[in-house]
Design a protein around this ligand. Structure first.
Ligand code: G3H
Ligand code: 13P
Ligand code: ZN
Length: 328
């Protein structure tokens, strides 16, 4: 069934587990996520970014997720709009049937200029007002996502602040987080602790000093009745990078957030863990390998099936590591 983010994250908090929230753009991703969830009996969060809405369109995304719910009626599914840049965009997604929306007021409506605290409170509070009237959950964000190693927000063309950020902008302040939740009434809060979007998070394997996982603990202690979300949580699997490069790709050395660090973050209270890049890497590696190994093949179903298998394996890994396996 379709459920709200609030319902699912309340359950996760009660039973001490975290949920991967996978970005979806096409049928193969939806199938991989659902087949994996079915195999390990995990609830599901699927989310559509602005880029996904531009690529597939909101109607296709909504119907793909609806089809997944029809095929797997026993699996609870949250249909979430990722990184909304205005209350109007969130309102539109609610009208289409999304059960949860993110109002990302950490950035202005252009999606790249860091916004003031007052602006963030205003757009987020307004979104909560109409979303809650429809039974839809709201995720807000406080602090700008960015790598503490590079000072970069990450994604060049996606969602992320422009230019170099300073440390204070990239770390969510626990006291401000408390005020923000009180002022807005959000169901979930995305925090900045040194993760960033995309594949280029770190130039070497991250250690304690470039990820402020402990900060989650201090934020969680304060937060009134709200769940913590971690964006930019892909692990950038080194084995998939190798396969991509072995079969003609050219991706430079790069590192993500180790799964063990995420597991630690879940122990400190993170409930929703956003993952997009890992599924992209797995799909690309599997497709490159399949095309290289079957040079005469021109049936897309053949290599797309390989991409589903590869993404499904990543999903199963995350459901198991985060503890959502067995919770559907
Ligand atoms: O929000 C982060 C996602 O990775 C979005 O990427 O806009 O290219 O789909 P996208
Ligand atoms: P990754 O790029 O680390 O997968 O993060 C995705 C994300 O945060 C989507 O909102
Ligand atoms: Zn994000």
């Amino acid at each position: 069934p379709l459920i709200s983010m609030r319902q699912l994250l309340d359950h996760a908090a009660e039973h001490d587990y975290g949920l991967p929230a996978f970005n979806v753009n096409n049928m193969e991703q939806v199938k991989a996520i659902m087949e994996a969830a079915d195999e390990v009996n995990s609830p599901v969060i699927m989310q559509a970014s602005a880029g996904a809405r531009k690529y597939a369109g909101s109607h296709f995304l909504r119907h793909l997720i609806a089809a997944a719910i029809e095929d797997y009626p026993h699996i609870p599914v949250v249909m979430h709009q990722d990184h909304g840049t205005s209350p109007a965009i969130c309102q539109r997604s609610i009208q289409l049937g999304f059960s949860s929306v993110m109002m990302d007021g950490s950035l202005m409506a252009d999606g790249k200029t860091p916004a003031s605290y007052e602006y963030n409170v205003d757009v987020t509070r307004r979104t909560v007002e109409f979303a809650h009237a429809c039974g839809v959950s709201v995720e807000g964000e406080l602090g700008c996502l960015g790598s503490l190693e590079t000072g970069q927000a990450g994604e060049e063309d996606g969602v992320g602040a422009e230019g170099i950020l300073d440390h204070s902008q990239m770390l969510t302040d626990p006291d401000e987080a408390f005020d923000f939740v009180e002022a807005t009434g959000i169901d979930a809060l995305a925090v900045a602790i040194g993760t960033s979007h995309g594949a280029y998070k770190f130039t070497r394997p991250p250690t304690g000093d470039i990820l402020d996982i402990e900060r989650i603990n201090r934020i969680a202690e304060r937060l009134p009745n709200t769940h913590i979300v971690l964006h930019g949580s892909s692990s950038v699997p080194q084995d998939w990078l190798e396969i991509i490069n072995e079969f003609g790709g050219e991706i430079p050395e790069t590192y993500g957030v180790p799964v063990e660090e995420i597991v630690k973050a879940i122990r400190y209270g993170v409930r929703k863990v956003n993952i997009d890049t890992d599924l992209r890497l797995a799909a690309t590696g599997a497709i490159r390998r399949s095309l290289a190994e079957h040079k005469g093949n021109f049936d897309p179903r053949k290599y797309l099936t390989e991409s589903i298998k590869a993404m499904k394996a990543v999903c199963i890994d995350r459901y198991e590591a985060f503890g959502s396996a067995g919770q559907a």
